[in-house]
Ligand binder design. Structure first.
Ligand code: SF4
Length: 320
């Protein structure tokens, strides 16, 4: 039988938080349709899209709404889930479900449930009701907005990666309001593109925007390539630019997030490239007085993290 997306699942093998959290996927597909999205080419997602007769950019709930909300409520109140992450294969703030209120109705059920912590990572923008809900349950939510620094430039050199997203200012303004309401709020520089997001111009414009909004907590993770995303990158990113980006990657080796599942294999930056980039970004964040950790940095050879004030290696708790 073909594997399809489940509404709730445990954190996968190979992640630093294994066993400590669950994921929830209320629908399959995501309107943000990012060209680098790894979810789009995963077999589990493709099988579910086929079952729901839809395409990735047109998300469809896993069940009719009353059934979906009932199932979420039952599981959330079962006491089996301590920490819930939203989501692996989609975005809880995909625009049409923010607009029709489904995202709010789901988040309200979760907020009122027995779940202790809800960690939400998004490229979207919450509406007024959702922002109020986060403030009302500030101890429960961790809000994470994923953005790329070069989006702060005009013109943005990689605008083609963000063409379905709302403007950066709108996304950061919402994050700032949520942070001011007392919710732990972290800005993820993700997916960070070495050579484009780490230029002095991009970093200075972007970090200035964060400072203006008193957004002081930052994580970053670099763009990874997988074979499955190459067609959509080719479709969206001009060829010379894509060639330049890909020249910095090591396509001779790959790492698999899940053992035995070829569709999770990905290629990372060459070590000298990532090391130089990480140093540049970490120095800028340190100089700006930001609190930050670096995702996956354990694997960068030669990077001296001891020169920074706090422990910069992510142990999975920074945004928990
Ligand atoms: S927001 Fe996330 S899930 Fe949605 S398309 Fe972009 S990377 Fe994929």
């Amino acid at each position: 039988m073909k594997e399809t997306i489940e509404l709730f699942s445990k954190g996968p093998l190979g992640t630093c938080w294994y066993g400590r959290y669950h994921y929830m996927e209320p629908w399959t597909g995501c309107e943000h349709s990012c060209p680098y999205c790894y979810a789009r080419s995963r077999n589990i997602v493709l099988n579910t899209l086929e079952e729901k007769h839809t395409e990735f950019h047109n998300p469809v709930p896993l069940f009719p709404e009353p059934e979906l909300l009932q199932k979420i409520k039952e599981k959330a109140d079962s006491g089996e889930i301590d920490i819930l992450k939203l989501s692996r294969y989609t975005d809880i703030l995909t625009p049409s479900f923010v607009e029709n209120g489904l995202s709010y109705r789901i988040l309200k059920i979760l907020a009122e449930s027995k779940i202790r912590r809800i960690i939400l990572t998004t490229k979207g923008v919450p509406d007024e009701k959702i922002i109020q809900l986060f403030g009302q349950y500030k101890e429960k939510f961790s809000y994470n907005e994923a953005v790329r620094p070069s989006a702060a430039l005009n013109p943005a050199p990689l605008e083609c990666l963000d063409s379905h997203l709302k403007p950066l200012t709108q996304r950061l303004d919402a994050a700032a309001r949520i942070s001011k309401a007392g919710v732990k709020t972290t800005i993820h520089l993700d997916p960070f593109v070495a050579g484009i997001d780490d230029t002095p111009e991009a970093l200075s414009a972007f970090l200035g925007m964060l400072k203006e909004r008193q957004l002081n907590r930052v994580m970053f993770s670099y763009l990874l390539f997988s074979q499955g995303m190459i067609p959509s990158m080719k479709e969206n990113v001009p060829a010379p630019l894509l060639e330049k980006i890909m020249a910095d990657y090591d396509f001779s080796g790959s790492r698999k997030v899940l053992p035995g599942q070829e569709d999770t294999a990905s290629q990372a930056l060459k070590n000298d490239i990532i090391k130089a980039s990480v140093e540049k970004v970490a120095d800028a964040l340190e100089a700006g007085g930001f609190e930050f950790v670096l995702c996956s940095l354990k694997s960068v050879k030669g990077f001296d993290h001891t020169k920074y004030k706090r422990n910069t290696i992510c142990d999975g708790t920074f945004y928990a």
